[in-house]
Design a protein around this ligand. Structure first.
Ligand SMILES: Cc1cc2nc3c(=O)[nH]c(=O)nc-3n(C[C@H](O)[C@H](O)[C@H](O)COP(=O)(O)O)c2cc1C
Length: 229
């Protein structure tokens, strides 16, 4: 079996939000799709270890915030590599409240879909939450962020809790032969051709020339911890 066939499945990137006992949280997910149109239903696949999983189970509601292509890596790092159990991810983030009370992010989001939980399907490590769409809005016309763009252009990675984790690590090993500097925490690979726009690092900057206080754009691990492969 060639697992690389799975790489050709296309996805978007979203922040799944929930509120429980007045605490707001959200996490990155790529596993979102519309299931039916009448009634309108949406599914998302969430790891059982995640706080968002616990909050959707309890509140029986979730929001899908559709990220724009220019969403910064530190935003994806905050919502995709950190847990709401350790940090309040909504601190300093602009949001509004959808019709049924779910907080939905307005920064770097095209719009949102709010769902009432209809059904949960146990799929081992993850649960597929299927929701009835109860509210939806479009904020802006910007391009949505696709998983392919995140991986190929932004050079982003996904943690072990993401359903696509294995596929990604296999993809990395077959891509190119040049030495890579990889973050030991989140797997981010620094690409000199891309640089790190948010940190003011222009393209064609070699890893060795990065400032010593440069940190991983996704998880903030120090430059000194990166390993050369
Ligand atoms: C690109 C990317 C895609 C991800 N996709 C999913 C996903 O589809 N489902 C999932 O459960 N976690 C996914 N994750 C991982 C969660 O976002 C991550 O485990 C998060 O820290 C959970 O936060 P929480 O504990 O606050 O809920 C993804 C992360 C990234 C960076």
């Amino acid at each position: 079996m060639d697992d690389r066939a799975l790489y050709d499945i296309t996805y978007g990137l979203y922040i799944i939000t929930a509120i429980c006992d007045d605490y707001m949280n959200g996490q990155i997910a790529n596993t979102v799709f519309q299931v039916t149109s009448d009634p309108k239903t949406i599914t998302v696949c969430i790891n059982k270890q995640n706080l968002t999983h616990e909050m959707i189970e309890k509140s029986k509601r979730f929001g899908v915030c559709i990220l724009t292509q220019d969403a910064p890596m530190d935003m994806i790092g905050l919502f995709g590599f950190k847990s709401g159990r350790e940090i309040n991810k909504f601190e300093g983030v602009a949001y509004i409240t959808a019709q049924e009370g779910t907080p939905v992010i307005t920064d770097y989001c095209k719009g949102y879909i709010e769902c009432d939980l209809k059904q949960s399907v146990d799929v081992g490590t993850h649960t597929m939450f299927i929701g009835d769409v109860v509210d939806a809005q479009v904020f802006k016309k910007d391009k949505p962020l696709t998983y392919a763009y995140y991986h190929q252009v932004k050079k982003g990675t996904a943690p072990k809790t993401a359903p696509t984790y294995r596929q990604e690590s296999l993809m990395d090993s077959s891509e190119n032969e040049v030495p890579k500097y990889r973050c030991p925490i989140c797997g981010y690979v620094y690409d000199p051709e891309v640089g790190d726009e948010n940190a003011g690092v222009i393209s064609e900057t070699q890893f060795a020339d990065l400032p010593e206080d440069w940190t991983c754009p996704l998880c903030r691990a120090p430059k000194s911890s990166f390993t050369n492969e």
